[in-house]
Design a protein around this ligand. Structure first.
Ligand code: NAG
Ligand code: NAG
Ligand code: NAG
Ligand code: NAG
Ligand code: NAG
Length: 294
């Protein structure tokens, strides 16, 4: 199993937070690595300093590649997207990491079209020896920001993120986030809940790469990175509810939340995620004889 699909075990994951995990309360929010690729200036986004990687300091280094600046700044919605780094040959970022364990890695791509049409890209990305993106292309159909998020086991000092362009193409990236997840952020052992009906225990989550497909705030609204404790994005569940009449939003919970020792913490999900929920709609005239939300 190369990549686990996060949405498949998010449910057991949350259940297990309450009983099996000791989450460290000692986690402090990281100040690195947040990288403004291809830029010589630092940019502050949601309280984090994204360090320009041109003349970067000593905590990370960049292999053979070129910085590029968008000719058409009027289309760049966001300071981080105005510059990027282009890889025309195999190259890398290297990080002087001191803590081993699971790292959260986010890549931001914004395909601007001049001086080079970034939508002609085609490349692979790996980290710490794990393949993350393969034959990957950011197309300009949407002309908007694409973000890819992974959780990657890192056991070594000085781990690398490698960019490998496909033949006669190139890779690029506008911004990168790399930081250790809180202890116990993911359990190593989960109870299966997959569509094939397997219900066995899966061990070894922490030695796999996890790829975020959907992060859903059930019964609530979109949560943007500035409202999340680890700069995550959450989207509402309604579009994924198979039969929309099957469940309805619970009443918003506005009291103080009590996080229990050894259970979930505010880093597992921000308060707003816990304050909302869906409940089964037990209205007979809608749901017929049995209640089932899919
Ligand atoms: C950018 O931030 C880094 C890390 O905090 C610092 O070492 C560097 O001097 C800053 N560069 C500029 C141009 O402010
Ligand atoms: C810059 O963007 C505007 C708006 O999208 C577009 O009309 C214009 O042609 C672009 N200029 C260049 C040089 O790409
Ligand atoms: C991307 O945009 C450029 C310039 O606007 C255009 O020439 C090219 O055909 C577009 N590519 C795709 C895949 O839409
Ligand atoms: C999200 O953050 C903004 C400020 O950054 C704040 O105005 C807004 O109320 C927050 N929304 C929620 C749901 O917390
Ligand atoms: C049950 O559903 C029907 C049809 O949508 C609606 O008219 C009725 O008010 C609902 N009853 C309750 C108790 O929600």
């Amino acid at each position: 199993m190369g990549k686990l699909q996060l949405h498949r075990f998010l449910f057991p994951l949350l259940v297990y937070f309450s009983s099996h995990l000791l989450l460290s309360s000692a986690y402090t929010l990281p100040h690195e690595y947040f990288i403004n690729c291809g830029s010589s200036s630092n940019t502050t986004v949601n309280g984090r300093i994204f360090v320009g990687d041109v003349n970067s300091g000593s905590s990370f280094s960049v292999g053979r590649s070129s910085p590029v600046k968008d000719d058409n700044l009027s289309t760049a919605a966001y300071p981080l997207y105005q510059t990027d780094r282009i890889f025309k040959q195999e190259s890398f970022y290297e990080f002087q990491t001191t803590v081993s364990g699971t790292y959260l890695i986010r890549f931001h791509f914004y395909p601007f079209s001049s001086p080079i049409n970034l939508a002609d890209d085609l490349f692979d990305v790996s980290a710490s020896g794990f393949s993350l993106l393969s034959n990957f292309r950011v197309a300009n159909s949407s002309n908007s920001h694409v973000m890819k998020e992974f959780a990657v086991p890192v056991q070594v000092e000085n781990f690398r993120i490698d960019f490998t362009p496909q033949e006669s193409s190139f890779g690029f990236v506008n911004a990168i986030e790399v930081f250790p997840a809180p202890n116990g952020f993911f359990p190593d052992r989960v109870v299966g809940a997959n569509p094939a009906g397997h219900s066995g225990t899966y061990k070894g989550v922490l030695s796999q790469v996890l790829y975020t497909i959907h992060r859903i705030n059930v019964g609530g609204l979109t949560i943007t990175p500035d409202n999340d404790t680890l700069w995550r994005s959450w989207i509402p569940d309604d579009a994924y509810l198979y039969f929309s009449g099957a469940a309805k939003n619970s009443e918003f919970y506005s009291d103080k939340l009590k996080y229990q020792v050894g259970g979930a913490t505010t880093y597992s999900a921000p308060d707003h995620v816990y304050r909302t929920a869906k409940e089964l709609n037990t209205n007979d005239s809608i749901s017929s004889n049995f209640f089932n939300a899919t």
